[in-house]
Design a protein around this ligand. Sequence first.
Ligand SMILES: Cc1cc2nc3c(=O)[nH]c(=O)nc-3n(C[C@H](O)[C@H](O)[C@H](O)COP(=O)(O)O)c2cc1C
Length: 221
Amino acid sequence: MPDTVPDPRERVTLDPVAIGAGAMYHLMNAAIAPRPVAWVSTLAANGVANVAPHSYTTIFSTDPAVIGFVSVGRKDSLNNVEATGEFVVNIAGIDLLERLNLTAANFPADEDEFQWANLSKVACDVVRPPRVGEAPVSFEATLHSVVPIGNCWLVLGKVLRVHVATDVWRNGRIDPALLDPILRLAGSQFARLGPLIELRRPTWDDVQAGTVATLDPKALQ
Ligand SMILES: Cc1cc2nc3c(=O)[nH]c(=O)nc-3n(C[C@H](O)[C@H](O)[C@H](O)COP(=O)(O)O)c2cc1C
């Protein structure tokens, strides 16, 4: 057993079962934040296009490139991916926040959110769902797997194409300040990037030699 010390901070300690699923949902959304937003476009089996934001999202593998999202409950995006085996993860800049938020309304399955949010349906190279033309980045993906977890479904997709707008592309990379992505907090709160902070990752050699990079004193002001 490691040596432990008294907690240096005063805390509230919570049991997920005792506080209940609703309170736990809000607590996790507030603590695990900000989250990026996958603006997932899909096609229903009957051909109706769908686009909806999902903030439980990340990279799951880099080689092969696998990205995914979580459907909290069964929703049109999940049904469409299961029916067609394809989806697109679009990444929106902050300028698209109102339109992205609109597409989170509980539209009936036969309503096309692209039309309601006045978004351009652009054909993909290898998958049938359209991508969002206004989004600076889009990942075309084919279904890798769906993992059911309680009331959620983790949807993983293998990336077959990436489209990046050249206005966020600088020296062969995505420039985060130009991308200016939408970040999701809890409830109705969103955020955007503040000042960027550079801090080189140390090696074990750096740690032993005392050459670990330090923060610019102005970085946290
Ligand atoms: C920024 C944002 C992030 C969201 N993230 C998720 C998420 O991770 N999972 C989820 O199931 N719903 C999420 N929602 C809610 C869905 O977008 C909403 O339920 C939507 O109607 C689902 O659309 P669909 O039925 O067309 O799939 C989010 C909403 C917003 C505004």
